[in-house]
Design a protein around this ligand. Structure first.
Ligand code: SF4
Length: 194
């Protein structure tokens, strides 16, 4: 199959439909030319309703963290957005349920293999950390605090959800040190100066 059709093939997936609260609606952004990968968790209800990744308060904060305009963020030839589960998994007692476990093993290897121009992977949250940084055995906070050891190819980040406001308050080094470096690195990659 032509590589640019891979995302459309994923969008037809219904592999774990029986476990989803709504009919499958895989949400991803992918093009072989993308230079930055945002490896997130799973779409929330708002992203599901809009059929658009990060179409919510988390996305507003993430775009601000990255220093990207909305137009840049949603340009698949610049940015790939591949959460660990492509469909909204439903809500549990304390927030959204984990990404469906069938999803990443089914689709992620081929999608990642197709990103031949990738220069930077942003690893957001625990599930993406487990996949992209399998040797990082420490907590997510410690992994993010140790971001310099993965530089410049991978940058681990906390989830930008408003639910993480307490984490951001408790870890002021994140805004003071990591965010300026992150924005500089993103601009460097988009300018092709990597
Ligand atoms: S979550 Fe992934 S595996 Fe399940 S239906 Fe959606 S795309 Fe397919």
């Amino acid at each position: 199959m032509p590589p640019h059709n891979l995302a459309d093939t994923v969008r037809d997936c219904s592999l774990c439909a029986a476990h989803l609260p709504q009919p499958p609606r895989p949400i991803l952004q992918w093009h072989p030319a993308a230079r930055i990968l945002i490896a997130g968790q799973a779409p929330g209800q708002k992203a599901h309703d809009a059929a658009k990744p990060f179409a919510d308060a988390s996305g507003d904060r993430l775009r601000q963290w990255l220093g990207l305009t909305t137009e840049q963020f949603y340009n698949p030839k610049l940015i790939a957005i591949l959460p660990m589960g492509f469909c909204f998994p439903g809500r549990g007692k304390s927030g959204d349920l984990p990404p469906r476990p069938e999803c990443a093993p089914s689709w992620r290897p081929a999608l990642l293999h197709g990103l031949k121009h990738l220069k930077l992977t942003l690893v957001i949250g625990q599930y993406a950390k487990d996949w992209h940084l399998p040797d990082a055995q420490d907590s997510l906070t410690d992994t993010v605090a140790g971001w310099q050891q993965y530089w410049p190819d991978i940058i681990p980040l906390p989830h930008p959800s408003p639910r993480n406001n307490i984490w951001l308050t408790r870890n002021p080094w994140f805004a003071r040190q990591l965010l300026p470096a992150l924005q500089q690195r993103v601009q460097q990659v988009l300018a092709g100066a990597d």
